[in-house]
Design a protein around this ligand. Structure first.
Ligand code: ADP
Length: 894
């Protein structure tokens, strides 16, 4: 007895092998090697995802229940491949020229790139595929259970819900890893396709092996097996014409419209010519898959106990015969069928969901303007991954919800009927130019609703969604609306009934509404491109001319290049084409030139997308969008850089203007100073010269006169010296050659000294002080500090114009600074002059009194040396200066 553990180990190794194959194939494709990846055989094998677990296990069960009817599921696709391969070629050609990424993309592109239609198709596809994914999970779970039953020790592992959950999680992981590794413009997945081709081989081999074993190992050879078949119930089944026709039609339709089939058939197709091989090779594959179905079913019915699930015969017959190895192989076959289907379905659905639902919503929310290409890539990938997880989660929920009890075939048919609703819009789209978007939407809507009502909801069983009463009497007692007997036609098989009504109402509405509505211009253009794809794509450039297009190109070029340049470009081209006075023909050469010109202004991808749009040549793919976004992002970045630069420039210009104003003011001040200083120098010099001449030349001067003249000369010389001292002092301070003489002392003493040095006691200026607050110990250059105080007190003496001039000296400590304010009660200094008074030679007005405007400049330099500052304090009534010194140097008195 094979234990479940071995089974799990084999299963995991198999999955690891699949990973390795997918990985290697992906790498080979990336490096441009892997030509073998593109062989028609790989393509044919990838089509085998049509044979899911449903066909692998279910076909036998189907045969056991309904005889040869299972063949219909193979006949449909066979007919399509053999009888209609030119139609498939058309789909593939359209897929390539229009860069179609999914069936939703194809239908929406055909009908004027309508996103509404894409969203509808996506929804139907998701709803239609969900039961099918559930079906795969169920079959893997059932096959696990079959093994588990033979190994009672590990029963807990056979908990079907947990197995199904693990399988779903594993599949989601695989799909995310290989389905969304990178964004490929053509949505091709070499790794996945290769893994699926391998799985195709495994499942065929497994089924054939079981078949051979049953016929020769158990049945005793071909003739005996045939005799047994004849004798069994299966040999007696009658063909039901209606059901057969419906099922063949259904499987043919589903072969074309199932999202996963569309993915491998059209999107992953590398070369149209592969269809040639597939047209015979795929039917052969199907035939081999169906070859041993009846023998296995007959033997299963004979050998297995009454009530055994015929859906598991492929597995349970070898198990019951003790053929564990064979059973294991058969299990892997079923596992392959299930996983390959789920992986491709999840990729196909996630492409649709992310391209048509998530991305438009995201672009809408972010306004599209704020997109940076890295972000878009990131968002697309994230959307894909989440969609994959979502699709599998839905499948799992359906499995849990529906109880997983239905016969496999029934669920499969429900899915088939759901996605078959795309058929009218699909075929109409590629063969009938008159088909319109309104028609497609209406047809799809009607068909889908009928399917939901008559097949999907009833499939959950009575009283889940639809009550038994409603099923039997119809809604509100309207008998003709009974879900399984619409319009009073009762007694039909439910599937046949649903297919009949949904498809005929769908097609009817589609045709009627298409006839009644008018296609929009883009729809007409796309319609022509699709229907006449072979004519259009014969020319590799694909551009088709026309006056209307030339006009559109002209309008666009004018908008981008500017009227003058655009007109001269078109004129030159028209002359070159010999069409003076007309618009040039949009020849491939001209379009290339135009694209080149435009790309100078808007970027190559944008230019191409714009020209392509006007020429109606191609849909804009996600990749185009990304490239456009790249360019937009670059431009936006460039423009934001420019913006930053220009703000910087504005700021610099403002600063320069302010500096310039200051300089102008200073220069005016300096001129005033020069005249002042020359006046200052000249006045004492003149009197010194005059009085010294008198002393030299005049005789008989009295003693008193002599003394008077000599003392005038003396005091004038002192004034001169002071001026020169000030200039010298300032230059020393500014050049940093000053050495400080740091001493300890008390603030009040320094202030006392300054007050007496200015002779303030005897002058009219009254000094108001608070001695209590002045008892601050300081350690600084006391002489320099006193020089600042002297200057401030002297300024108040000189400039305070109050009737009773007063100077208040306030001392406070704040934020680690000792602050000494000098506030007088004069008119103060006008605000426009406040920024200037600390500059050299600055004087507020043309005052007679006072010095050369050096005092405050010297104060500022001194305070900076002492680690403090001197500032003007506005809004104090009179002139107010604030001297601040850091406390750590000034040290408060103990
Ligand atoms: P000066 O050597 O001319 O006194 P200062 O640099 O000390 O130069 O002062 C610059 C100018 O600021 C003075 O010319 C005067 O116009 C103005 N000023 C200074 N202190 C006062 C004050 N207490 N009241 C009014 N104006 C003042």
């Amino acid at each position: 007895m094979a234990t479940l553990n071995i089974l799990v180990a084999v299963c995991l190794s198999y999955v690891a092998l699949l990973f390795a194959v997918a990985f290697l194939a992906e790498r080979a494709a990336l490096r441009g090697r892997g030509g073998w990846l593109r062989s028609p055989i790989v393509y044919t094998l990838s089509l085998s995802i049509y044979c899911t677990a449903w066909t692998f296990y279910g076909a036998v069960g189907y045969a056991a229940r309904s005889g040869l009817e299972y063949l219909t599921i193979y006949i449909g696709p066979t007919l399509v491949m053999i009888g209609w391969w030119w139609g498939l070629r058309k789909m593939v050609r359209i897929g390539r020229t229009q860069r179609i990424t999914s069936i939703a993309d194809l239908i929406s592109s055909r009908y004027g790139k309508s996103n509404l239609l894409a969203v509808c198709v996506t929804c139907v596809a998701v709803i239609g595929t969900t039961p099918y994914i559930a079906l795969q999970l169920q079959s893997v779970t059932l096959s696990f259970a079959s093994f588990a039953q033979s190994d009672p020790q590990v029963m807990q592992f056979a908990d079907s819900k947990i197995t199904a959950l693990w399988v779903a999680v594993g599949l989601a992981l695989f799909t995310v890893l290989f389905g969304t590794r990178n964004l490929d413009a053509n949505e091709r997945h070499h790794g996945v396709v290769m893994a699926i081709a391998l799985e195709a081989v495994v499942k065929l081999f497994a089924l054939l092996a079981v078949g051979v074993f049953v016929v020769w190992g158990v049945g005793g050879g071909v003739s005996q097996t045939l005799a047994r078949i004849d004798a069994s119930d299966i040999g007696q089944w009658q063909v039901q014409g209606g059901r057969w026709t419906a099922l063949i039609f259904l499987s043919a339709a589903a072969f074309l419209t199932l999202p996963r089939m569309f993915q491998v058939l059209v999107v992953e197709n590398e070369d149209e010519n592969h269809l040639r091989t597939a047209s015979w090779a795929f039917p052969t594959y199907l035939m081999l898959m169906s070859l041993f179905v009846v023998p296995i079913a007959v033997m299963g019915l004979e050998l297995m106990p009454e009530g055994a699930n015929p859906d598991q015969f492929v597995l349970t017959v070898p198990l019951s015969q003790g053929q564990d190895g064979l059973a294991m192989l058969s299990f892997l076959g079923g596992f392959s069928s299930a996983t390959s289907m789920v992986i491709v379905a999840a990729i196909a659905l996630s492409t649709m969901v992310s391209n048509h639902v998530v991305m438009p919503i995201w672009l809408g929310l972010t306004g599209g303007g704020a997109m940076i290409s890295g972000d878009v890539r990131h968002v697309v990938l994230l959307a894909r991954r989440l969609s994959i997880a979502g699709v599998l989660a839905l499948g799992y929920s359906y499995y849990r919800f529906s109880g997983g009890g239905e016969a496999l075939a029934a669920i499969g048919l429900i899915s088939f009927a759901g996605v078959a609703q795309f058929l009218p819009a699909l075929l109409g789209g590629i063969f009938w130019r008159g088909a319109t978007r309104i028609g497609a939407l209406a047809g799809l809507g009607v068909g889908f609703s009928v399917w939901v009502y008559s097949l999907f909801l009833p499939s959950f069983g009575a009283d889940v969604f639809l009550s038994t009463g409603l099923m039997q009497q119809g809604p509100m007692g309207l008998g003709w609306l009974r879900p399984q007997a619409l319009f009073g036609i009762a007694g039909l098989d439910p599937v046949v009934h649903a297919v009949l009504w949904s498809m005929s109402l769908n097609a009817g509405t589609f045709i009627l509404m298409s006839l009644l509505s008018f296609p929009e211009p883009l729809e007409r253009l796309q319609g022509a491109q699709f229907v006449n794809v072979f004519q259009h794509s014969g020319n590799p450039q694909g551009w088709s001319g026309g006056v209307a297009q030339s006009e559109d190109l002209m309008v666009m070029a004018q908008r981008i290049l500017g009227p003058v340049e655009a007109q001269s470009l078109f004129q030159r081209e028209a002359e070159a084409q010999g069409l003076v006075g007309y618009l040039p023909e949009p020849t491939p050469d001209f379009l290339q030139t135009l694209e080149r010109e435009l790309s100078g202004s808007v970027g190559a991808a944008t230019a191409h997308a714009m020209v392509a749009q006007i020429m109606g040549r191609a849909t804009v793919s996600v990749e185009d969008l990304l490239a456009v976004a790249d360019e937009t992002a670059q431009m936006m970045e460039y423009s934001s850089q420019l913006e930053v630069k220009s703000t910087e420039l504005t700021r610099t210009a403002r600063q320069l203007r302010a500096a310039n104003e200051k300089l102008t003011q200073l220069s005016v001040q300096k001129d005033a100073f020069l005249s002042q200083i020359s006046h200052e120098l000249r006045t004492p010099m003149t009197s010194i010269r005059a009085f010294s001449e008198i002393l030299r030349d005049a005789d008989g001067l009295s003693e008193a006169e002599l003394t008077k003249y000599a003392s005038i000369i003396h005091s004038e010389a002192i004034r001169l010296t002071r001026l020169l001292d000030d200039l010298l002092d300032l230059s020393v301070l500014e050049n940093g050659q000053v050495s400080l003489n740091i001493q300890r002392g008390v603030l009040s003493e320094v202030l006392d000294h300054a007050a007496s040095a200015t002779g303030a006691e005897s002058s009219s200026l009254r000094i108001i002080r608070k001695r209590g607050s002045e008892a601050v110990q300081m350690q600084t250059d006391l002489d320099r500090l006193s020089q600042v105080f002297i200057n401030l007190i002297a300024n108040a003496q000189k400039y305070c114009d109050a009737d009773r001039p007063e100077l208040t000296i306030r001392v406070l400590e704040r934020d680690g600074y000792l602050i000494i304010d000098f506030v007088d009660n004069g008119t103060g200094i006008p605000s426009q002059a406040q920024g200037l008074i600390f500059e050299k030679f600055s004087r507020v007005s043309d005052q007679k009194a006072g010095g050369a405007g050096l005092g405050l400049a010297i104060c500022r330099e001194i305070m900076a040396r002492l680690g403090g500052a001197i500032t003007y304090l506005p809004g104090q009534g009179g002139a107010a200066f604030r001297v601040s010194l850091p406390m750590k140097v000034s040290l408060a008195a103990q």
